[in-house]
Design a protein around this ligand. Sequence first.
Ligand code: ASP
Ligand code: MG
Length: 475
Amino acid sequence: MALHVYKFGGTSVGSVAAIGSVIRIVQSATPANQIAIVVSAMSGVTDALLRGAHTAAAGDGATYLSIAQDLRLRHQITAQELIASEAERDTLEVETDRLLGEFTTLCHSIHVLGELTPRALDAISALGERLNAPLVAAALRAQGQAAEAIDAARLIATDDRFGDASPLFDLTRHQVQTELRPLLDAHTVPVITGFLGATISGATTTLGRGGSDYSAAIIGAALDADEVIFYKEVDGVLTADPRVVPGARVVHRIAYDEIGELAYFGAKVLHPKTIQPLVDRNIPVHFKNTFNPEFPGTVVMRRGESGNGRIKAVTAIRSLSMITVAGRGMLGVPGIAARTFTTVARLHASVLMISQASSEQSICFVIPSTFADEVRAALEAEFANEIARRDIDGVFLQDQAVIVTVVGAGIRTTPGIAGRIFAALGDHAINIHAIALGSSECSISLVVDANDADEAVRAIHPLTTTTATETVQLV
Ligand code: ASP
Ligand code: MG
């Protein structure tokens, strides 16, 4: 017997058809297994709730009312399609009305006060999940599957950083075990609200936008689950962005740190922080497609188990600028790098990549383009004396830069891989402006012109090797 946690995002529970797929996935699970599911709000609902709050704060007393109407209708229609029992539907409707009543009351006071606190915002944005979990639970029951909606305020204890709360793991673990074990043992599926938690004094908090993934990881870790499956709208982690590379394939096995690198370099995968509770306990993470559940998807696991020395994926992060501080007078002068990055940090610009020539005659780094002019001006001011003395030639800005990152554990230490990457780019006459090795030993990053970015990704993509010899062991 295994214990699995399934997480369904907004699109996976955003329509009658989607909830239908969710029900089939739960029904087709091995009967002996215990299953807990974590759900997001229906797609678009969190945004609508937030819009209600913000318009109310801005003096608009009508928009939140019509949002409440729309949300009532959407949940009601979905319930009608999925739930045959009138009694179940009535109970659900009472709950929906209660939650939307809370929404309009909160928005009303925000409107009157003209003030929106982070605490009120959390109470409002958490309503989307609170509306949806009872609906999904009732839809499961309508198909004969024992299920019960659980409000995560009873499970996930957090600090009081509203809008971006952090879980208190020990208390959470205790609450999760106490609340969920009896249900799981009775083979009742808990349908848990993602995204939200509560402070010790009971105030609703949220874990940040997109936080339902984190909820699933926290609950999976607290339950010592055998596996956590994130159901998305794609078949798994891909070798490249399919809009750039039509032949992109699914990577069936990938390591936790490779996922981290992909997330950092712009691929739409889970944020590393999100899966950390699972990594800590070595609980396998699985990505699957709600709308293609037979497809094996991507399994994320420890490094050695996922294959070393192969290129898994290539990704590009765009809208960047490269800044170079250069000059012969920098040679052997301590402190230039420190002053450069202190200046950058003061402006709160995050640095994505750094490279310094060993001759010490230049330092170059890559930042988001939105900071470029400001950073250049600040560096020119910082080094005004050095520039006047001509120790530093100047601060040069190259706009329109893109970092292309090649991800694969062990690729840096596997002879020949870097050579093949450079040869592929050379064959396409793509100029490389800078090179850096990734932060976690499993990536190689290159800076190219924005105009060359797509072609660079396509040139490197044939070097990815993933599916050919892999067979996926389904747990
Ligand atoms: N519903 C929340 C959001 O849209 C949380 C989530 O979907 O993960 O941010
Ligand atoms: Mg979402």
